[in-house]
Write a protein that binds this ligand. Structure first.
Ligand code: IPE
Ligand code: IPE
Ligand code: MG
Length: 250
């Protein structure tokens, strides 16, 4: 059966986050340089953005570069940054045509100027778009994000803008880089690694996790459909019992 038709479009996750992993191994398996893997990773990225938007998924967050990725060899980091500028530049018109909004989370100031400028330019040009929001996590890590949130909250307390007794989780989360973004309902990681690698640690507190051995450049439309179908089979209980859910008994 056609996988797409097995998806219940009335029960789509409104936010899917993806740890796009395995570009290097994909290239190595084929006898190419790692960067060829990254280039093919961009092809997969474009396809998944298009498919997610076509389905009607409201938010798609892609982990593109972690704080820890700065520790890779300089040539690889430089190549990734160039690929980023080039890709965003090339994709801007398509984002606009398809009503996609670009956002970015992470320590964006640490990106090379050219990269930061291109990102900001496309973010501005697409800021009023409504169909799907594409969030790129760049120079992002949860530990960095949480530490920053704690510093900003402490400053507001010191400045008398915030009262400690009034800090709820909602207020705390408004200091995170994802403040305006709902938590992901589905987190996908490709390449067979069973770890989170410092990604959205708080935001995935109740996300459904989906791991696949498929390497990111091979993660295409059909793999994405499979992940959504798997998600739709899960029972999301949020601490309740199965019986409570089937009885609709709050
Ligand atoms: C993911 O692929 C892309 C980035 C982290 C930028 P990798 O480059 O981590 O690929 P592997 O894990 O070495 O195969
Ligand atoms: C996680 O992939 C970061 C991104 C996908 C951008 P890595 O390949 O850097 O993860 P680890 O370090 O192997 O966990
Ligand atoms: Mg990796």
């Amino acid at each position: 059966m056609d996988l797409k038709s097995a998806i219940d479009i009335t029960r789509l996750p409104s936010h899917v986050a993806i740890i796009m992993d395995g570009n290097g191994r994909w290239a190595k398996q084929k006898g190419f340089e790692r960067n060829v893997g990254h280039q093919n990773g961009v092809v997969a990225l474009s396809e998944i953005v298009e498919v997610a938007s076509e389905l009607g998924i409201k938010y798609l967050t892609l982990y593109a570069f972690s704080t820890e990725n700065w520790n890779r060899p300089k040539e690889e980091v430089d190549a990734l940054m160039s690929l980023l500028v080039e890709t965003i530049h090339k994709e801007t018109d398509r984002l606009i045509e398809n009503d996609l909004r670009l956002m970015a989370i992470g320590d964006l100031k640490s990106l090379p100027d050219k990269c930061h400028q291109q990102l900001q330019d496309t973010i501005n040009k697409t800021s009023l778009n409504k169909k799907t929001t594409l969030v790129l996590a760049l120079s992002y890590s949860s530990k960095w994000e949480i530490l920053n949130a704690v510093k900003a909250i402490s400053k507001d307390i010191n400045d008398g803008k915030l009262d400690i007794d009034n800090i709820s989780y909602e207020i705390f989360s408004s200091y995170l880089t994802t403040a305006s973004i709902p938590d992901p309902e589905l987190l996908i990681r490709t390449s067979g690694e069973m770890r989170i690698s410092n990604f959205l640690l708080l935001q995935i507190a109740y996300s459904e996790l989906y791991f696949t051995d498929v390497l990111w450049p091979d993660f295409r439309k059909e793999q994405f459909y499979k992940a959504i179908i798997d998600f739709q089979k899960r029972e999301r209980r949020f601490g309740k019992t199965s019986e409570q859910l089937s009885n609709n008994n709050d």
